[in-house]
Design a binder for this molecule. Structure first.
Ligand code: ZN
Length: 405
């Protein structure tokens, strides 16, 4: 038996008055997911624990069976691994944006007008060395970058330079611990921010942008300083050869750090326009080679964060149509769940549990015949936490060791 784990980011929601107090998932026409629920076993899953409002990174780690309290050291490393950095245990990684600031470092635009063609700018600030520390920069999607700080005795206990708001000044990166290594890292990161700004201000591409009336990308805003926690590989934990399919770079990075093989799929964008059909096809193909395939679909979350519950409902319906071929797989457990709830009304993640269904040959069934936040309460799985999922799946595929004799 193989496993296909589909994580639909932010799939669950809260009841919406305009939808007759139903959620987008309840309101959506999802005959295929309902069929999985009818033939499989369902329940509710707290991605991390009761009363924890997970970020996507933490929700995922927990579902893969990695206790975030032990293994989570900030988001920057996942972004950095996502753009292709090979991180050492000593690297400190930030995620960042190209932004536009004025002479006094007041932020005019946090995304430099959503600049896309940043390759030349990245090249200009990549590889800067100061005080025995090297700064490596790689392009992320759109205006985003990942910055890796490489050197001896560095600390990731650092505040952000990004105030997360416009019309505010760029912040000095502050040490969050009173240690020499921490103070030293903060100092050198601030020096890098200054030097990269001086390079960017004078860069021909930015001068050209200003001439065209476009916003110059003259500042790197950094956030999410982190280190790579010692993550045991997915294979060493479970003995399963695993692959990942995700459009978003952070999800690719997280999978890569767990030792999953990241498969590129043309048209997988991590956005609403993503090619779900191609992703499902790629996942089905990958199951011929790998024991465990993780498939991530992002836009349900982003649409809810934009408050667009109708688009979220329509996106869920698109997913449902595309999963039809999975019902024919004879030797695979199909699991559908989410990494957290995203409320379309609040436009943010919430701590509510998310529905989960497990379907496959020989799986025990229950009375649940539709797949949504309300119906699965009566399912056989009951309430579980993220950390319970992998043992449940291992048991279903006959790979869970016995406890006792
Ligand atoms: Zn998420």
């Amino acid at each position: 038996m193989k496993v296909l784990l589909i994580i639909i980011d932010g799939l669950a929601d809260r009841p919406i008055p305009a939808l007759g107090n139903k959620t987008p998932l309840e309101k959506a026409e999802t005959s295929n997911m309902d069929r999985l629920a009818s033939l499989g076993m369902s329940g509710l899953l707290h991605p991390v624990d009761i009363g924890i409002r997970p970020g996507s990174d933490v929700g995922h780690l927990s579902i893969f069976g990695y206790d975030p309290e032990v293994y989570y050291q900030g988001r920057g490393v996942f972004e950095a691994a996502g753009v292709g950095f090979k991180l050492t245990d000593k690297d400190v990684a930030f995620r960042g944006n190209f932004a536009t600031v004025d002479k006094n470092w007041l932020i005019i635009n946090r995304r430099a007008g959503r600049i896309e063609d940043t390759q030349e700018l990245v090249k200009a600030v990549d590889g800067i060395k100061m005080n025995g520390v090297k700064f490596l920069v790689k392009k992320g999607s759109g205006h985003r970058v990942a910055v890796v700080v490489r050197g001896k005795n560095l600390s990731h206990k650092l505040s952000d330079s990004d105030p997360h708001k416009e019309n505010e000044k760029v912040l000095a990166v502050k040490p969050l611990e009173n240690k020499l290594s921490c103070r030293k890292t903060a100092k050198v990161v601030n020096a890098f921010i200054k030097q990269s700004h001086q390079i960017l201000v004078k860069h021909p591409l930015n001068l050209e942008r200003e001439n065209k009336g476009l916003l110059p990308a003259n500042m790197l805003l950094l956030r999410g300083a982190s280190i790579k926690a010692r993550l045991p590989s997915f294979y060493s934990r479970y003995g399963l050869k695993s692959a990942a399919i995700a459009g978003g770079l952070m999800y690719q990075g997280l999978a890569r750090l767990l030792g999953m093989k990241v498969l590129r799929v043309k048209g997988a964008t991590g956005k609403e326009d993503t090619d779900i059909h191609a992703k499902i096809k790629a996942a089905t193909d990958a199951l011929k080679i790998f024991d465990f395939v993780y498939l991530h679909i992002k836009a349900a979350d982003s649409l809810a964060e934009d408050g667009d519950f109708l688009a979220k409902k329509a996106f869920i319906e698109r997913i449902d149509k595309e999963i039809a071929p999975l019902l024919e797989l004879s030797d695979t457990l199909i699991v559908i769940t989410a990494d957290h709830t995203t409320s379309s009304l609040l436009k943010r993640h919430t701590a509510d549990p998310v529905p989960i269904v497990i379907f496959g040959k020989g799986i025990g069934t229950d009375e649940v015949t539709t797949f949504n936040e309300r119906s699965v309460i009566y399912g056989k799985l009951g309430y579980i936490q993220g950390r319970h999922l992998m043992p449940i799946l291992l048991d279903q595929i006959g790979k869970l060791p016995i406890f006792g004799a």
